[in-house]
Design a binder for this molecule. Sequence first.
Ligand code: FAD
Length: 623
Amino acid sequence: MKFPDVFDVIVVGGGHAGTEAALVSARAGCKTLLLSHNIETLGQMSCNPSIGGIGKGHLVKEVDALGGAMALATDIGGIQFRILNSSKGYAVRATRAQADRMLYKQAIRTMLENQPNLWLFQQAVDDLLVEQDKVTGVVTQLGLRFSAKTVVLTAGTFLGGLIHVGQANYQAGRAGDPPSVSLSHRLRELNLPVGRLKTGTPPRIDGRSIDYSVLQEQPGDDPVPVFSFMGNRAMHPRQMPCWITETSERTHDIIRGGLDRSPLFTGAIEGVGPRYCPSIEDKITRFSGKTSHQIFLEPEGLTTHEIYPNGISTSLPFDVQLALVRSIKGMENAHILRPGYAIEYDYFNPCGLKSSLETKAIKGLFFAGQINGTTGYEEAAAQGLLAGLNASLQVREMDAWCPRRDEAYLGVMVDDLITQGVTEPYRMFTSRAEYRLQLREDNADLRLTEIGRKLGIVDDARWQAFEIKREAIALEQQRLRSTWMSPRNLPVEEAQRVLGKNIDHEYSLHELLLRPDVNYASLMTLPGAGEATPDPWVSEQVEIQAKYQGYIDRQHAEIKSSERNEVQRLPSDLDYREVRGLSIEVQQKLNTHKPETVGQAARISGITPAAISLLLVHLKRGF
Ligand code: FAD
């Protein structure tokens, strides 16, 4: 396959952001090149072999609804699936899967290799070509030059990567991979706003050295959940359990004894780590009153004995790691296969990005994933999809797609990043979304697939499946609205059984479903209710939409009232020193952030409603 002279989109980095970016741009019909250090590590999970979780599962479903790869690869590689928060409301329920690391990576590689319009090439990128504040291509380690109309940079933890284990440290992108040093220098030269963050990973254990007989088994859910809207259970490989153990007071004593050689506590690590994934040394120091912490022993795959001990991420010296692992129940004779470590890396303050993920400083250059200060495969994949899509839209001379906060978790994440910036690694939670009642996992396709189709990134098979489902939901809702139950022909005992009491006048099935203690399945057992839909996705949607209708109507009213600010654009050349009445601090903040809309300006920390009123007056005056 001959390389084009000029690519439409070049994606640098084949992690979770890069692979989604490359796939979406190629799906959109753009000539796309994916350049990565090593073809063997495309789609590699740097840390725990699991996808999804609260907030993160929502992002994966959104990526899927837009035709992305992550959910399908998880269905192909997943060895344990669970629905978290299954006893709580639908808005906070989330899918989480344990993946076989090799099967997952293989699934991603197969998709990349079979994607039309996509070229793969193994090379490190050392330099960006920039002419008059516009990116024009990249230069690789071998000095090869590739021209492009747009570039999406997704270098993960690799830029200036520095690994720490105790007092030892060395440069690397992650264990076993080279760092990106030249590119890191080049980006600093381009005056992009750079900082340092850190993350860490636990030692890995040989499962044959673990005594499972003393551990608590944790199976997956039955029936096994499915991640992708295009997935099914037949895709799943053999399922496996996880195991639960815990640290002891002796473990904590061992850790305390090693703190004087911990890079976190000696000041050797400058970068801030993820608040919600702290190292074990951090946990026992911060929560000194706790005598034990839970640890999940998660299999890394079907064809390996390697176990990921979730909960003991550490950068303590290796001798302390070994002693702490062996102080844990079931791991008294554990053999460590790989040491745990921490890694520091460069990230770029996302306040320097537009909501399309294009850098404000350099036209055509997009950033996605860990380099924007986020942590997690799912956050990376979602940004990768958005950046790759918007790069392709720029090439196709179409407007960027920037999802709103009420439309998608993707919109919430990008808005948080660009208006608040990042001082510690950002991860997604449902609590970050003010409109979470309508941003559910279950309706990600209903929210986004039609948009994806219009943007040219949803293929025919997905579109057809979606249309069939959407129509079936509408038909069933219509049937429930037009099927009536009357006291005359509903036997009292049947009404008692399903509805808890008799009915006093005619009700449609839809009205009965609105009652809090009535569900779709039981409603369908009423005589005269007709035939239930055989499709569980359809019945689930009919039930959820009925139950949430009142809340969602209220949310829509709220969204409508804030809509004006969201669509009111701010000129990019507006000098906020000219806005009468603004304090110097507010002027400086707005001049630094250069928000794109009044809504974004209002979410920047320290920007008061009074400042927004002054801004609106200024805009009304026409400057
Ligand atoms: P990555 O997955 O890092 O992929 C970057 C890709 O870019 C790689 O393929 C690399 O080879 C390539 N690349 C980099 N520079 C160049 C270049 N110059 N030229 C060509 N190719 C290049 N997340 C969590 O949610 N929880 C955790 O506990 C957690 N712990 C982690 C621990 C460690 C040690 C590491 C390394 C990561 C951890 N993560 C964790 C983060 C998670 O791995 C990342 O969030 C996720 O992988 C980011 O995806 P990405 O696509 O941005 O980057």
